[in-house]
Structures are given as structure tokens and as C-alpha cells.
Write a protein that binds this ligand. Structure first.
Ligand SMILES: [Fe+2]
Length: 261
């Protein structure tokens, strides 16, 4: 399995605070059948705003440390960019801040609302040759309430990444029901751990893999956990048009019921 969303890079954000924790996280990922991780520190205007050069230097340091510690897992550079108009100005071409310097850029929404310029943000990135990957849409209250917004973005070429912990119910029942809905509606293209440490929000995908197999089958699980992430890292295109019929589930009714409560 390939984990395309982790906060393993030490001292960059609210993830690993030091190299020791970073190496422990990589070891834990390896023990849980993950063969490669992408380090995706937060890039948030006014909060954490590393340059791409700083991320690459930190990544290189971590890679050396991991090698010396005997960790076999492959590591790739990346970032998790928070949607803002200021950051959009910085993103002029594929490469900087993108996963392994590819065309794929991991983007997160503000936690509670969808900015009025969201469509413009995604479209501008696409015009510049990048492919946005929306991080953990299942956690967003507006997308849970109005899944048609996410469907419209996916139809326009936005890729989505779901958190393994959401599938397991660790972010609450509403997030889990939304995760199930998006998965069964084929609105998910890859899975990440969004790991922040070794004690909570851990770098493990194994349990989530079991859940995905249970809900959508082995073939789809392999696509989300292995094949699509590999295509992202190697800068190959991903087919977002689903030829499969959505699997019917009651989640949407449940989700609307939670909001009414
Ligand atoms: Fe994250």
C-alpha cells in the first residue's frame, strides 16, 4: 500500500515534532504493510508556510535518517496546501508543492465552509497543468450535506483522497457514514492515513483496507490503496470517470438525519 497523505516530516506542522518520531512513524507504517509514504506537511497562509525548498531539504534529511535507521520504506516529498487565493498565486506550474514533483497537488478546504472561489481555485490549477487532489472530503460538513458538490468537482477532473481513520469511525459516526457513501458512489480515488504521530492518527492503512474490501470489494481496494497512488507518484494519468454503478446505501438518509438532530 502507498500512503499519499502523512505529516511525518519533523518540525513543519502539528505532525511529527522531531526526527525520532518521524522514524518511529515510518517504522510503524512499514510494520503495517505500507511500502511507500508521501510526506505532506501543511502549507497554510499565516500559520505554516514553508517554501518548497525547505520541504525538499527536510525530506532529504528524513530520507538519510531513515536509511541509517534501517527503515526500508520509500519516501516521497509533497505538501497539503490549504485553499486560498494567496497560495494560488504561488502555484504557477506542476512540480513545486506537488506529490513527488508531479502534476498532482493535495489540497484541503477550510474545515467548516467551502470558499466562494473553490471552483476558480480548482480550475486555475488545471489551467496551469496541475491535477488537484481534494484531501478527506468525507470530513467536510458541507460536502456531507451536499454530496452533489463533490460529484460536480469529480466530473470536472478533481481527484479525491479519503482518510483511512474516517472509514473506521475514528472521526465520528457522521464522518464514517459519509465515507461509506462516497466510497460506494465511486467518488474516492485514493486513501491516505493523514497520520500525525504514533499515539493517535497513526500511519496505518491495514484496518481501513479490510473495511474497503468489505464495502466495495478487493479489486476496488487495490485500485485505491495501490494502483492509483502509484500512478500519482509516477505522474501518470488517473481515470476518474467511473464505469461502475453506484452501490446503493442508506448513508445519505442517515447523514441528513444527523444534521437535522
Ligand atoms: Fe493532513
Amino acid at each position: 500500500m502507498i500512503d499519499i497523505h502523512t505529516h511525518v516530516l519533523p518540525g513543519f506542522d502539528d505532525g511529527a515534532p522531531d526526527l525520532k518520531t518521524s522514524v518511529a512513524m515510518l517504522q510503524m507504517a512499514q510494520e503495517h504493510q505500507t511500502t511507500a509514504v508521501v510526506v505532506t506537511p501543511h502549507v497554510i497562509e499565516g500559520k505554516w508556510f514553508p517554501s518548497w525548498q525547505e520541504i525538499k531539504s527536510g525530506y532529504e534529511l528524513l530520507r538519510q535518517e531513515a536509511l541509517q535507521s534501517g527503515v526500508q520504506i520509500a519516501i516521497y516529498p509533497g505538501a497539503e496546501v490549504a485553499m486560498s487565493l494567496e497560495i494560488l498565486k504561488l502555484l504557477s506550474e506542476p512540480g513545486p508543492y506537488c506529490i513527488n514533483c508531479s502534476r498532482y497537488l493535495l489540497v484541503e478546504l477550510p474545515s467548516q465552509e467551502i470558499p466562494f472561489f473553490a471552483d476558480h481555485f480548482f480550475f486555475s490549477l488545471q489551467l496551469k497543468g496541475m491535477v488537484p487532489i481534494l484531501a478527506h472530503p468525507e470530513r467536510h460538513p458541507e460536502l456531507a450535506k451536499y454530496p452533489e458538490i463533490l460529484r460536480k468537482w469529480v466530473e470536472k477532473g478533481v481527484i479525491t483522497q479519503m482518510n483511512g481513520s474516517s472509514l473506521l469511525g475514528r472521526m465520528g459516526e457522521r464522518v464514517q457514514a459519509t465515507a461509506e457513501l462516497f466510497l460506494k458512489q465511486h467518488l474516492v480515488h485514493c486513501i491516505g492515513s493523514d497520520a500525525h504521530g504514533v499515539n493517535y492518527r497513526r500511519p496505518q492503512l491495514q484496518e481501513a483496507a479490510v473495511k474497503i474490501i468489505h464495502w466495495v470489494g478487493e479489486k476496488q481496494a487495490k485500485l485505491l490503496l495501490v494502483e492509483n497512488p502509484k500512478r500519482i507518484i509516477t505522474d501518470q494519468s488517473i481515470d476518474v470517470s467511473s464505469t461502475q454503478e453506484p452501490i446503493l446505501c442508506r448513508s445519505l438518509v442517515q447523514i441528513r438525519h444527523w444534521f437535522q438532530r
